[in-house]
Design a protein around this ligand. Sequence first.
Ligand code: 5RP
Length: 215
Amino acid sequence: MSEAKRLAGEKAIEYVEDGMVVGVGTGSTVAYFIEALGRIKDRIAGAVSSSEQSTKRLKELGIEVLDANAAGPLKLYVDGADECDPHKRLIKGGGAALTREKIIAEASETFVCIIDPAKQVPVLGKFPLPVEVIPMARSLVARRILELTGGQPVWRDGVVTDNGNWILDVHNLRITDPVKMESELNQIPGVVSVGLFARRPADIVIVGGQPPQVL
Ligand code: 5RP
């Protein structure tokens, strides 16, 4: 695992305040944040988790995992990303947890995104864009995505999300207007969520390094 990811994950602990319920993302960068959270677990009230994977580790560390409905609005959400543009708009969902991640991002006052430098891009789209779909709509959604974007949707065969759905990864995109694309793809019947975090981007981005860079 990369040192840059560790440095970003550990830096994010500075945003955790006493008594908080912390929104927790998914992935290898967040894994470092979760470990650091475990070290201060007595200072927090618990976590709302974006995946079964993160829930498992949080519980192993003795951190209470709360239901999102019961927790209500959150002050802080910490999560990674697959790509980040200069406006803090993101592609997420490489770990197939995009829908729950989007729900928690929307519920949170401050979204701190933790990345390694390789995730920084001038324009989103080199990383294939994940789209979570209802299984029966897979080929319909794939056809519509091709018509709308010109990108090539590829079924992430064998992957079932925590919500029981499937993932299409859309290749060969150059996303010059991510807010527009997010909204257009969200309109296709059968789309559960789109891995573009543009309408609700990150508020703070921490790029792992020595020292970490806070944008
Ligand atoms: C999971 C995500 C992750 O945040 C994203 O894939 C980055 O993962 P990593 O920190 O392992 O590079 O969106 O759905």
